[in-house]
Write a protein that binds this ligand. Structure first.
Ligand SMILES: [Zn+2]
Ligand SMILES: [Zn+2]
Ligand SMILES: [Zn+2]
Length: 145
């Protein structure tokens, strides 16, 4: 979400809107994540915050990320690495193209899978509360290398 950097108030409002108390550490972590166009790990965010003299313990960074992920404000992107990556995306339902080469993340707005999942779920008497769909591969730049 590097295009139009949201203000601290925007981020706090987004947390509150999702039912998460906008504590100082959460807002700082979210603000740092908003500066990242692609994704970042908890360790990376922790280091970047320290460089800005915003010292937050690593455990607090992890806790903030997990609360914000659970509330759906932050997206978790597992892509083959041992550490989970996080990203602040747009607020609408979307999916991701994730580059295995450089961690570039491309947001795919909308969802072609919804009807298909709902049909299958109806037949199985299943109640769907959410779904994830991620495609990974190589971005245009990595393909050129
Ligand atoms: Zn996302
Ligand atoms: Zn790439
Ligand atoms: Zn979807």
């Amino acid at each position: 979400m590097a295009t139009d950097a949201p203000t601290r108030d925007d981020l706090a409002a987004r947390l509150a809107g999702a039912g998460v108390k906008p504590s100082r550490s959460r807002v700082l972590v979210l603000e740092e994540l908003a500066r990242e166009a692609n994704d970042a790990t908890a360790q990376q965010l922790h280091r970047r915050l320290a460089r800005r003299n915003r010292s937050i313990g690593l455990a607090t960074v992890y806790r903030a990320l997990s609360a914000m992920t659970e509330a759906g404000v932050v997206d978790e992107l597992p892509h083959g690495t041992t550490e989970t990556c996080y990203r602040l995306c747009g607020s609408g339902h979307h999916h991701h193209l994730v580059c295995d080469g450089c961690h570039r993340v491309i947001e795919l707005p909308g969802c072609p899978a919804k009807g298909w999942i709902e049909r299958g779920a109806r037949e199985a008497g299943f109640e769907v509360t959410g779904h994830r769909l991620e495609a990974h591969g190589l971005c245009a730049e990595c393909r050129r290398r």
